[in-house]
Design a protein. Structure first.
Lengths: 115, 113
């Protein structure tokens, strides 16, 4: 069965520091991959997505992610975090054959920013 | 354009009651899917409706049901509420094709007491 693993439950970084959130997926073929962000009490906002092509994808708010097929990973990065980036981040996968609406989410990584 | 709208935002119900949640998708989107978010289980897929037909279903008991209307608006119903049904229920809309992007509403926070 398809699954997504986010090994870090909680990460704290200093404002201005770089960030990398890890994500590994389990799926036989190349899935559609997403990163979402959720602020407290809010819905999910799409940061970026990978469907095919260039393995380094750019998203909103200065985020980027790199798809590595050999490692089954899709890590999220940001060169310099801002206090407003504090939120929960979810990596997600949609099997390539499936409707985009049946999304499998990781357990999330909560990001805290140290002033 | 308007985003995905979920009503109500907050709801408190008693065990054994039933509840109906509503979701209005983005104009032009024919697919509406529902997710349950809890601290223990995370985000779990409930079901998806496309053109008024249930197209996908997650692993939830039959107490959870839904429907979609001809204008693509969707409702989700939970009967015989249990304490464990307390959660944030999120609705997402998309055009419905493989690989299309899903847009989420702000959710309905259901508390069962």
């Amino acid at each position: 069965a398809q699954s997504v693993t986010q090994p870090d439950i909680h990460i704290t970084v200093s404002e201005g520091a770089s960030l990398e959130l890890r994500c590994n997926y389990s799926y036989g073929a190349t899935p559609y991959l997403f990163w979402y962000v959720q602020s407290p009490g809010q819905g999910l906002q799409l940061l970026l997505k990978y469907f095919s092509g260039d393995t380094l994808v750019q998203g909103i708010k200065g985020f980027e992610a790199e798809f590595k097929r050999s490692q089954s990973s899709f890590n999220l990065r940001k060169p310099s975090v801002h206090w407003s980036d504090a939120a929960e981040y979810f990596c997600a996968v949609v099997p390539g054959y499936s409707s985009a609406s049946k999304i499998i989410f990781g357990s999330g990584t909560r990001l805290s920013i140290r002033p | 354009k308007a985003g995905v709208t979920q009503t109500p935002r907050y709801l408190i119900k008693t065990r054994g009651q039933q509840v109906t949640l509503s979701c209005s998708p983005i104009s032009g989107h024919r697919s509406v899917s529902w997710y349950q978010q809890t601290p223990g289980q995370g985000l779990q897929f409930l079901f998806e409706y496309f053109s008024e037909t249930q197209r996908n279903k997650g692993n939830f008991p039959g107490r959870f049901s839904g429907r979609q209307f001809s204008n693509s608006r969707s409702e989700m119903n939970v009967s015989t509420l249990e304490l464990g049904d307390s959660a944030l229920y999120l609705c997402a809309s998309s055009r419905g094709g493989a690989g299309t992007e899903a847009f989420f509403g702000q959710g309905t926070r259901l508390t069962v007491v």
